[in-house]
Write a protein of this length. Structure first.
Length: 318
């Protein structure tokens, strides 16, 4: 079985031969893309053939090799994918140009944000426009379509003449419409029953665990910061609750009435993160709560019975 390094060498020598004649002067090159939480992926592309050259992630193609797929078939598929993505990229580029991305007044109704772990995402945040929130970071994006977004960079902010506070204001106005929040009973989801959005329903919430995400169920942890969401949950639950940053995709709401202590909740969070959450999807090992008096979400350092709201400075986990 060939190694990833050997696969890269194969691409350098042989990949270009699977392209049409017009691509034969291209040069294979590799790029390491930094992602959330210190994760990274190796990408491959061609130089000198097009100004819209797509970057292909090696991971899925190399997995094909590892499964025993014939190497020539993999290289052919990569060449075909490159040409398909090149055409799509050209069309997408024109769509973005037509959006007038240099004009913030036009773009501001497409601004959103996601949540990532701040310490673990150091490389990812180097060029990003973001705001800190305890051990998390709100990273701003342009929502190009329902399935595609692009990170807002510090350079883009300078060109727009805006700061991150203005981005946050725009995002909090946009996201409840672009990516509405969904609050579901975990039991309904687990047993594949029809789930309800408890944010839209009247009456109290008496379940044990609830999942808060967006309608796409992707990068939905940011929904905990939507205006009015925590207020609604507080009103319906009628009891204090723990906020668990389960992953970048969702938040778990745990009522205090479940009779679990903060220490037990922390242990559970760390175990689940270690055993079941991928590096890229990890959000936090810490537990949060909502202070209805200050209307703030903050990290918990002591349990509800002895919680001191003014005690804010404390070292946290990654």
């Amino acid at each position: 079985m060939i190694t990833l390094l050997q696969f890269e060498e194969m691409l350098k020598k042989e990949w270009i031969s699977y392209f049409p004649e017009s691509y034969q002067n291209g040069k294979v090159f590799f790029h390491e893309k930094h992602m959330r939480n210190g994760a990274s992926t190796i990408q491959v592309s061609l130089q000198g053939v097009t100004d819209k050259a797509p970057m292909l992630s090696l991971r899925s193609y190399y997995e094909g090799i590892m499964r025993g797929e014939f190497a020539g078939n993999v290289l052919k598929r990569m060449a075909d994918d490159f040409q398909i993505y090149e055409k799509q990229g050209t069309e997408l580029f024109q769509e973005i140009v037509d959006m007038h991305p240099q004009n913030f007044e036009i773009m501001k109704d497409k601004i959103t944000f996601i949540l990532v772990n701040r310490n673990a995402s150091e490389k990812f945040l180097e060029d990003a426009a973001y705001l800190p929130l305890e051990d998390l970071a709100k990273v701003f994006y342009i929502q190009i379509s329902s399935e595609m977004h692009a990170k807002v960079t510090k350079e883009m902010c300078r060109e727009w003449g805006v700061d991150t506070q203005e981005l946050e204001k725009a995002a909090l106005e946009n996201m409840p419409c672009l990516l509405p929040a969904q609050l579901s009973d975990m039991g309904e989801l687990f047993f594949d029953r029809e789930s309800h959005n408890y944010l839209d329903e009247t009456g109290e919430m008496n379940g044990d665990l609830y999942v808060l995400t967006n309608k796409n169920k992707t990068l939905g942890a940011a929904t905990m910061l939507y205006p009015g969401v925590m207020e609604k949950i507080t009103e319906k639950m009628k009891a204090p609750f723990y906020i668990i940053p389960s992953s970048v995709h969702e938040i778990i709401i745990v009522p205090k009435t479940l009779n679990m202590t903060l220490s037990e909740i922390r242990q559970m969070v760390r175990l689940v993160n270690k055993e079941a959450v991928s590096k890229e999807e990890f959000l936090s090992n810490n537990v949060y709560c909502y202070d209805s008096k200050t209307r703030e979400i903050r990290m918990m350092h002591e349990d509800f019975a002895v919680e001191k709201p003014k005690r804010r400075e404390r070292a946290y986990d990654r």
